[in-house]
Design a protein around this ligand. Sequence first.
Ligand code: NI
Length: 135
Amino acid sequence: MTVDRIGVSLQGRLLEDFDRLVRSEGFPSRSEALRELIRRALVRERREAGGEVVGTITFVYRHDVGMVTHRILHRQHDFLGTIRATAHTHLNDETCLEVLIVEGDAGRVQQLADRLKTTKGVLFAETVVAAADIV
Ligand code: NI
């Protein structure tokens, strides 16, 4: 892959804060930090505008609330083409953690995440997405 060099001008305070971020997050260089920030912004744009993404939806739920397990399964079956894999672990007597590996249109992934997090009994849900072509 060809690498082009660019110059970036930053005023003092912004550069100081950026360098602090580079150190605190452990980036090996400013360039590496900038690349990561750019990728993150591009993925966020993809997520908002729609387009192909891959990622995970992680959620925690109380399996003893109403028909929550049934509802969650039912909702997942509505998204067959989006869910590639699932993992489930039992956290304690009442609570389960589930991770879905998802792929597809960002809007569809968001729709699935919204439907899961608004299911009664779901305590927490978080989506993380990336894009295979944003390198
Ligand atoms: Ni469980």
